[in-house]
Design a protein around this ligand. Sequence first.
Ligand code: CP
Length: 311
Amino acid sequence: MKRKHLLGLADVSATEITQILDTAEAMREVLSRPIKKTPALRGKSVCTLFFEPSTRTRASFEMAAKTLSADTSSLTVATSSVSKGETLKDTLLTMAAMGAGCFVIRHPSSGACELAASFSQKFGYDFHIVNAGDGCHEHPTQGLLDLLTIRQHKGEIAGLKVTMIGDLLHSRVARSNVHGLLKMGADLTLCGPQTLLPPEFGLLDLKMTHDCDEAIEGADVVMTLRLQNERMNGVFLPSVREFAALYGINARRLKRAKSDAILMHPGPINRGVEISDDVADGGQSVILNQVTNGVAVRMAVLYGLLGGEEN
Ligand code: CP
């Protein structure tokens, strides 16, 4: 990769996305070996800085870094001096002073990763920033692993009918996927209640609807999104029950998609809300493939950013 940081998919070209996905395919081969270890990033130091909870993203970045033989360290709010009021800048510089050369950051504020990137090279330390989810802004590696999963199951992404359903307003996963899928030529439909469909998406080359059954009709890919209750400051829905009835994906609704459609969810799932148990665990679900691909994609990103550097 020619870039220093991965902050979002908005400024990543289709060619670059394809290169990352191709590298991730090679990384999947490494992960299928009995001994999952390559020396590619020996001597590099990757630090995960998570200011919000995570299972998949954090664990998979750590697995990815370790598989590539990078040294890893990990900070969370509760167990670091962030809980005593230390700023993002001071936390970054402190860890950089210990030798961290790449920070994987999850933060509740949109733009926090861009701010973090602005500190690189400014105070005598040179480091990479990877956005692991910032507020409602972007979650680029989730977007990439979703593209990889679609490509694996469907071959070409261009021309596929992809329907994204749920809380698009608060979802950073949605924003990264919208950028990635449009760049790769998908025919995209966004569906959700009026209060959770950001009007600015209407400026893009996609369809928007409040009718879930209509949105799913003939889809190749159905992607459900979690209700981001932690980011809702106000009342966006009459009730979760009503949302589940109108926008929840169940077997009856999924039948409207193509018979070989795949069902995706970035996780964590609110079972019985955005997706019912039977389809979450059913034959069309690729949710756990998405998780597996997360490790390969994060290996590809870390390798792309750090791999060509001198130690
Ligand atoms: N999809 C996702 O970001 O999951 P985590 O919050 O568990 O990392």
